[in-house]
Every structure is written in structure tokens, then in C-alpha cells.
Design a protein around this ligand. Structure first.
Ligand code: SAH
Ligand code: SF4
Ligand code: F3S
Length: 444
């Protein structure tokens, strides 16, 4: 034993939360080492998400279940972090008095001190202040042996868009971009440690740098160019972008930058202009389709994916059919689709949640059936084609079975009797297309 205590983290929500969990693990590494066994933990962090009601309920039910653990082990430290923590603050403590710490996304950098305080004073502490002048501290990720070959890198926090259904501007605050030097230093450090792929994260990466002083701004497209020049890196991805801000300069990157993966997640939300307007998305379907056409012009092999909400307040059958028509027109490689959920204080809560639960479920099922058919047809387009894959790892289920990822973000399973290393690039010819993956044959 090295005298360290054990830390268990449960992460809900988006990749930004995944990245924050890594940062918290590293910040606490002096005193804690990670464990996968919740029962063995001396401290538990629940990194919560509040994007839909269901996500929030999941976080609360896990936190609720920890009450008994705390009773059996009074020294146990329980921290709630992430978007529900930010949103609920002190309310969370009164609902869950066994929780020691409630920490918002901007406050995770104080975690070591907060943990010390919690251990010392044994009373609930809330750290959810959001400062306008907040700077995301420079941060170099830890690199140990057996390091994963791909990493997330947060380039900005928050969102200024206030789409009417969305809680994120309330939980993550206004947009704050990290300094380009800090981002480049972090990625250079990762690449020097053997990382082959990075995904740059932000709620709306297109507006990266807009909060920096005019004259010393770096646009997202120029940041991308500089990232792709970092030695050792093979692939660069990013997520997410609001279509209203998708610039020509960014689209051009898909023509110019060989390491930028031809995959674009471009959330449309609805195919109806009336609904888009009430969502405050600030683009029309005509504009969106124009961007899609231009992107495909810049990079014909680009794979497009999207997010869609069904049952937004007052969504008529006609609006829903417009979304179905859009899906048929764009033919996305895949789509995430959700039932609308009221998220106070987001503005859409003031609109009557007029589409009933059953109708939302019906629309979602019809939409998903159509998208599945298109995804399968799209996947079949790869049959017979030779793709470059970045090895992800060997299947746990069967020896000699491996999986890799194509530049278009498709999972490809294949056989190899030779041992491979995650992050290594191989070539495979696609022989089979399923809904969630492709199957290929290694080809040297
Ligand atoms: N910043 C990203 C979205 C992050 S949230 C962007 O703008 O693209 C991920 C997805 O969750 C959204 O694209 C939306 O489709 C869905 N979502 C957000 N709020 C929702 C709500 N109140 N009900 C249902 N789905 C929602
Ligand atoms: Fe939410 Fe809209 Fe911001 Fe995305 S762009 S995080 S959907 S407010
Ligand atoms: Fe969820 Fe917050 Fe991410 S609400 S989706 S964890 S930004």
C-alpha cells in the first residue's frame, strides 16, 4: 500500500464531462488513486448532467443510493460535480444532506482544497460561483504507461447561444476560450507521450476565440491548422458546432488539412423553420442545406451526423414531417434523436409542452426507424472499399478479433493473428455492413 485513498468517479453526460472527470482525477492524484469498485472507495464523485430530465434523475438516484454507504462509512467523502451541481447548488445539499461537496464545472480546479475542507469541517460545502473573468488554468494531462491513444481536449467552456430548450448556458455559463498557447502546449505534450488522436471540445467551437481581445484573436480554423501541425499526431476531430456560425474558413480546412478527419457533427434539431425559429437556432433549413452542400463540395467523403429533438412545444405533424423530409434529403450517416424535455429555467419552459408523451414516443420511433434504414444504406456504401483504421483494441469476447475506427468515425471489426497496438494505423477492405459497425479484412 502507498497510503493513498481510493477515488471512484461516475460520469454522466457529454465528452466535456468525461474530460472534466480526467482533470479531477489528476488534481486529486496526490492523495487518491482511482478505483472501479464503488464499495472500496474513500471518496466518490458523481459528475452529473442535466441536459434532459432523465439525465438529472439518474444523477439524483445514484446520489440518493449513496446515503446508505455514508451511514456505513462516515468518513466517505461524497462530491456532486457537473451541470446538476451547478444548477442546484445549496438545494442539492438540503435534498441530499449526506453529500459533502457540490462543485460547479468552473470550480473543479479548487477540488484539492475543497476536499481538505470537507474532511476537516464535515459540513456541506457549495462551490458554484461563476466569474466573468474566469480563465481556464493551463493544464498538462498526466501520461502514464498504457496511456490511451486518443484524448479529449477542452478548448472552451460555456455557451452564449441560448437555444430556448437548452440548459447549458445556465450550467456552464458564458463562453470562455482557453488561450491557444495553452491548448497547443497540452496537445504537444500529449503527442510527445504517444497520443495519436485528439478531439477538440466546445459547445460551439465555431465561436472559439470570440471572447479574446480583437487583434490577438485566433479563429477556430487557424487553431485547427496549428493543431494539425503538431508532430506525432495522426488525427484531429472536433465537436460541436452550431450551423449558424459554420464559416467558409472552417469548411476549407476539410480540403486543406490531411489530418482533419472527414466527419462533421452538425446538429440540425428540426427540419421546420417555424420550430427552428422558436428554438432560437438562428438559421433556416435553406441555410443549413447550403452549408451541407458546401461541406460536401469541400470534402466529398465527409460523413455527416446530427442531433434532432422531436416534440418541441407546438411541433405539428407537418413540422415533424419536415424533419423526416430533411433526414431523407441529407441522408446522415447517423443521428442522435431525443424527446423534448422541459429544462427550467430554459425559455421553452414558458411554452406549453403541448405534444403528449405518447406522441413524442411515436415520432421518435418513426424517425429512428427511418434513420436506421439510411444509416444501414450509408454503411453499405463502404462495401469493397479500402479504409485506413486506427486500431482501438482487441475484442474481449474473442481472441484475434480487433476493432478500429475509420476517419469517418465508423467502427470496423476485423481479424488479426498478429498483435496490434491501439493507435496503430492499418488498412482494411470492407466486406460487411451492419447498423452499428462494419466488418473488414486486413489488407497490407
Ligand atoms: N452544444 C451542442 C449541443 C449540446 S446538447 C450543440 O449545440 O450542438 C446535445 C443535444 O441534446 C442537443 O443537440 C439537443 O439535440 C439535445 N437537447 C438539448 N436540450 C434538450 C432538451 N431540453 N430536450 C431534449 N433534447 C435536448
Ligand atoms: Fe445548448 Fe444551443 Fe449552446 Fe448547443 S448551442 S449548448 S444547444 S444553447
Ligand atoms: Fe450534460 Fe452539462 Fe454536458 S448538461 S451534456 S454535462 S454540458
Amino acid at each position: 500500500m502507498n497510503g493513498k485513498k481510493l477515488l471512484y468517479i461516475e460520469t454522466f453526460g457529454c465528452q466535456m464531462n468525461d474530460r472534466d472527470s480526467e482533470i479531477m482525477r489528476q488534481l486529486l492524484a496526490k492523495a487518491y488513486e482511482p478505483t472501479d469498485v464503488i464499495g472500496a472507495a474513500d471518496a466518490i464523485i458523481v459528475n452529473t448532467c442535466s441536459i434532459r430530465d432523465k439525465a438529472e434523475q439518474k444523477a439524483y438516484s445514484l446520489l440518493g443510493a449513496l446515503r446508505k454507504r455514508k451511514r456505513d462509512k462516515p468518513d466517505l467523502i461524497i462530491a456532486a460535480t457537473g451541470c446538476v451541481a451547478q444548477q442546484e447548488g445549496a438545494r442539492m445539499l438540503s435534498r441530499m444532506p449526506h453529500v459533502d461537496l457540490v462543485v460547479g464545472p468552473q470550480n473543479i480546479y479548487q477540488l484539492p482544497e475543497l476536499f481538505d475542507k470537507a474532511r476537516q469541517f464535515r459540513q456541506g460545502i457549495v462551490a458554484t460561483e461563476m466569474a466573468r473573468s474566469f480563465h481556464i488554468p493551463p493544464f498538462l494531462p498526466s501520461l502514464q504507461q498504457g496511456n490511451p491513444h486518443k484524448r479529449f481536449v477542452t478548448i472552451m467552456q460555456g455557451c452564449n447561444n441560448f437555444c430556448t430548450y437548452c440548459i447549458v448556458p445556465y450550467t456552464r455559463g458564458r463562453e470562455i476560450s482557453r488561450k491557444p498557447e495553452d491548448i497547443l502546449a497540452e496537445i504537444t505534450h500529449l503527442a510527445a507521450g504517444g497520443v495519436k488522436e485528439v478531439t477538440l471540445l466546445g459547445q460551439n467551437v465555431n465561436s472559439y476565440g470570440n471572447d479574446h481581445p480583437v487583434g490577438s484573436r485566433t479563429s477556430f480554423a487557424s487553431l485547427l491548422r496549428r493543431v494539425t501541425e503538431i508532430k506525432g499526431l495522426e488525427r484531429v476531430r472536433f465537436t460541436t458546432s452550431n450551423p449558424k456560425d459554420l464559416s467558409e474558413e472552417l469548411m476549407q480546412c476539410f480540403t486543406d488539412l490531411a489530418k482533419l478527419c472527414p466527419h462533421f457533427h452538425l446538429p440540425v434539431q428540426s427540419g421546420s423553420n417555424a420550430i427552428l425559429q422558436r428554438m432560437n437556432r438562428k438559421y433556416t433549413i435553406e441555410h443549413y442545406l447550403d452549408r451541407v452542400a458546401k461541406l460536401r463540395g469541400c470534402c466529398p467523403e465527409i460523413a455527416l451526423t446530427t442531433d434532432i429533438i422531436v416534440g418541441f412545444p407546438d411541433e405539428t405533424e407537418q413540422d415533424f414531417q419536415a424533419t423526416m423530409a430533411l433526414i431523407e434529403k441529407v441522408r446522415y450517416h447517423s443521428a442522435f434523436s431525443f424527446k423534448y424535455s422541459n429544462r427550467p429555467p430554459a425559455k421553452s419552459c414558458q411554452f406549453a409542452d403541448s405534444v403528449g408523451r405518447e406522441e413524442k414516443e411515436r415520432r421518435l420511433a418513426v424517425l429512428q426507424a427511418l434513420q436506421q434504414q439510411i444509416t444501414l444504406e450509408r454503411n453499405r456504401e463502404y462495401l469493397g472499399r479500402r479504409l485506413e483504421l486506427m486500431v482501438e483494441g482487441e475484442s474481449r469476447a474473442a481472441e484475434g478479433q480487433w476493432s478500429g475506427r475509420s476517419v469517418t468515425n465508423h467502427i470496423v471489426n476485423f481479424e488479426s493473428q498478429v498483435a496490434l497496438v491501439p493507435g496503430q494505423l492499418v488498412q482494411a477492405v470492407i466486406r460487411e455492413a451492419c447498423l452499428h459497425s462494419l466488418r473488414g479484412e486486413l489488407s497490407m
